[in-house]
Design a protein around this ligand. Structure first.
Ligand code: SF4
Length: 56
């Protein structure tokens, strides 16, 4: 399952720059395209808000 971005997101953009497959899109809250995400966890590791969680 793809990772998910929760409402703790402050739209800083750190995760989008870190994602190796470009799965993260900008917005009021950033979002992860589940069809592109390869479940690597890089984004969760770099998020300063701890807003990114593994999918169930
Ligand atoms: Fe990108 Fe990896 Fe995060 Fe998926 S888990 S959105 S592939 S950085």
């Amino acid at each position: 399952m793809a990772y998910k971005i929760t409402d703790k997101c402050v739209a800083c953009g750190t995760c989008a720059d870190a994602c190796p497959v470009g799965a993260i899109s900008a917005g009021d809250i950033y979002s992860i395209n589940p069809d592109s995400c390869v479940d690597c966890g890089t984004c969760a590791g770099v998020c300063p808000q701890e807003a990114i969680v593994p999918g169930e």
